[in-house]
Design a protein around this ligand. Structure first.
Ligand code: 5AD
Ligand code: SF4
Length: 462
C-alpha cells in the first residue's frame, strides 16, 4: 500500500534586529530543517511564514506589522504566519488580537520547544505560543543550528540583561541574565574549529557580566579568561565579542587582547551619551569620566584597537549643553564608527514616563549634526591606515568593480585588487596594503610577497 503523497513543508524566515537575533534565526532554521521543512526565499513559495522581530525602537517594531499587513494577499492560500523574537515576547498573546491570522507567537528562550510547536501548527492549532519564563528558560543553542556562514560563527555565551537602562526594552524581551558554562562554550568553539571555522563571535546583550557556572569553582572563567581561551584554540584566527556594557568592562579584556593575537583589535563599547547628567537619567551606572578611563586602557594597548559605539540623541530632558558634551566626547575618543539613534519611547521602560520629551525635529537635527561630525572623524581615522599592510578575511567579490571584499581584524571593510587571474575563496586570509581611505571603508591592493601575520603594520602607524 503506498502512502498518500505528503505535501512538502516549506518556510520563509525574515530577520530583523541585532546579531543575537541573526544567530537565533540560525537556531530556528536548523530546527525547522531537522523537522523536515525546506527554507524558501519568498513568502509566495512558503507554507509557513516567520518573522524574527526586534522591538528596540518603535520603527523596528512597526516593520513586522507592516509585513503582516500584506497577509490578505495570502489569506486564501492557507499560509500560516508566526511572530518570533522580541516583539513576540513583548506583546505576547496581544499579537493574536492585533493580527488574528498569526498562528504562532514565540520568544527567543522557547526555541528549544519549536518542534512541539510545529506539530501543533501542523495539526491546525491557530493559537500556538512559546512565551518564555524569562527567569529560568534559556536557549543558548538548539539541538540543530544552521550556521549560514561557513567561516564565521556566532556562539551565545549569555542571554538576557539585568542592567535595566531606563530606555531599554531588552530586559523585558530577553529576560534575566543567564550565562552558559565555559566548558560548553569552549566545547562548541573547538567543534567549530574542527569544522573549519576560523572566526568566532561571542554574543550576549552584555558579555562583560558573564558569570561562569562551570562545575568546580576552580574551573570557572571570567569573561576575559573565556575570551582568551577561545582565542587559543588551534585553527581559530579571529575572535570578536559583542556587546559590552562600560560598567562591567574590565581592563583584563584589554590585557587579553594584548596577549592573545587571535583576539580582534576591535571593541564596541556603547556610550549612549557624553553627559553624566543624561547617563544618570538613563541609569547607565557610569559617568563620562569612568567611560573615558576605559577608553584610555584601549588607547594604551599594544595593538591599535578600533573603538565603536552606540549613541542615543534626544533622551527626555537632554539639553543643548548635554548634546554638546556628546559631540565633544566623539572628538575626544575619535571613534572608528558610531551607530546613532533618535530616542524612541518603549513600553514598560521607566523613561516612557519622563517629562521633557524632545520634539522629533530637534532629535533629527541633533542626529544629523552628530553624524556629520562623526563622518569627519572617520575620514581622519581611516586616513591613518594609508600605507599599512593589514590582513583581511575575504568575504566575496564585487564583479562590477573588479574588487575583492574583505574585513580587517578591526572590523573595517577593506576592498582590494589582486594580480590578474588571482582568485580567492571566501574565508581566506590575504595581506593587503591600504591605498585609499573613505569614511566607511578602505581600498587596497594585495601584497604578493607579504609574510602572513595577524596585522603587519608598516607605513604610518599611529
Ligand atoms: N531608543 C533609541 N535607541 C535605543 N537603543 C536602545 N534602546 C533605545 C531606545 N529606546 C539603542 C542603544 C543601544 C542600541 C542597540 O540601540 O544605543 O546600544
Ligand atoms: Fe532588537 Fe534588542 Fe531584541 Fe536584539 S535584543 S532583536 S536589538 S530588541
Amino acid at each position: 500500500m503506498s502512502a498518500a503523497p505528503q505535501q512538502e513543508k516549506t518556510f520563509y524566515l525574515e530577520t530583523f534586529g541585532c546579531q543575537m537575533n541573526a544567530h537565533d534565526s540560525e537556531k530556528v532554521v536548523g530546527t525547522l530543517v531537522s523537522q523536515g521543512y525546506r527554507q524558501v526565499p519568498t513568502v509566495e513559495e512558503a507554507g509557513l511564514v516567520l518573522y524574527n522581530t526586534c522591538s528596540i525602537r518603535d520603527k523596528a517594531e512597526q516593520k513586522v506589522f507592516h509585513r503582516l499587513a500584506d497577509y490578505k494577499k495570502f489569506e486564501k492560500q492557507g499560509k500560516r504566519f508566526g511572530v518570533l523574537g522580541c516583539v513576540a515576547q513583548q506583546e505576547g498573546q496581544k499579537i493574536f488580537e492585533k493580527a488574528p491570522y498569526v498562528s504562532l507567537v514565540a520568544g527567543s528562550a522557547s526555541y528549544r520547544n519549536l518542534p512541539q510547536m510545529l506539530i501543533q501548527i501542523e495539526a491546525g492549532n491557530r493559537r500556538v505560543t512559546g512565551l518564555d519564563d524569562r527567569e529560568t528558560d534559556e536557549c543558548f543553542e538548539t539541538e540543530f543550528t544552521a550556521r549560514t556562514n561557513p567561516h564565521r560563527g556566532y556562539i551565545t555565551i549569555i542571554e538576557g540583561c539585568d542592567k535595566f537602562c531606563s530606555y531599554c526594552v531588552v530586559p523585558f524581551t530577553r529576560g534575566k541574565e543567564r550565562s552558559r558554562t565555559s566548558n560548553s562554550v569552549l566545547a562548541e568553539a573547538r567543534q567549530m574549529a574542527d569544522l573549519g571555522y576560523t572566526e568566532i563571535q561571542l554574543l550576549g546583550q552584555n558579555v562583560n557580566s558573564y558569570k561562569d557556572s562551570a562545575g568546580k569553582s576552580s574551573d570557572r572563567k571570567t569573561f576575559a579568561e573565556l575570551l582568551a581561551a577561545v582565542g587559543e584554540i588551534p585553527g581559530i584566527r579571529r575572535v570578536r565579542f559583542t556587546t559590552s556594557h562600560p560598567r562591567d568592562f574590565g581592563k583584563d579584556i584589554i590585557d587579553a587582547i594584548d596577549s592573545v593575537p587571535a583576539l580582534c583589535d576591535h571593541v564596541h563599547l556603547p556610550v549612549q551619551s557624553g553627559s553624566t547628567r543624561v547617563l544618570d537619567a538613563m541609569q547607565r551606572l557610569y559617568s563620562r569620566e569612568q567611560y573615558l578611563e576605559r577608553i584610555s586602557w584601549m588607547k594604551a594597548a599594544q595593538r591599535e584597537i578600533s573603538i565603536t559605539s552606540d549613541v542615543i540623541v534626544g533622551f527626555p530632558g537632554e539639553t543643548e549643553d548635554d548634546f554638546q558634551k556628546t559631540l565633544s566626547l566623539l572628538d575626544e575618543v575619535e571613534y572608528d564608527a558610531v551607530f546613532a539613534f533618535k530616542y524612541s519611547p518603549r513600553p514598560n521602560t521607566p523613561s516612557i514616563k519622563m517629562d521633557d520629551a524632545i520634539p522629533d525635529e530637534e532629535k533629527s537635527r541633533r542626529l544629523a549634526a552628530l553624524l556629520e561630525k562623526q563622518r569627519e572623524i572617520q575620514k581622519r581615522r581611516n586616513r591613518k591606515h594609508l600605507g599599512q599592510t593589514v590582513e583581511v578575511m575575504v568575504e566575496g567579490k564585487n564583479e562590477a568593480r573588479g574588487q575583492w571584499m574583505g574585513r580587517t581584524s578591526q572590523n573595517k571593510t577593506l576592498n582590494f585588487v589582486a594580480r590578474e587571474g588571482r582568485s580567492f575563496e571566501s574565508g581566506s586570509y590575504v595581506p593587503v596594503r591600504v591605498t585609499t581611505a573613505f569614511p566607511n571603508s578602505l581600498v587596497g591592493e594585495m601584497v604578493e610577497d607579504a609574510v602572513p601575520a595577524y596585522a603587519v603594520s608598516t607605513g604610518e602607524a599611529r
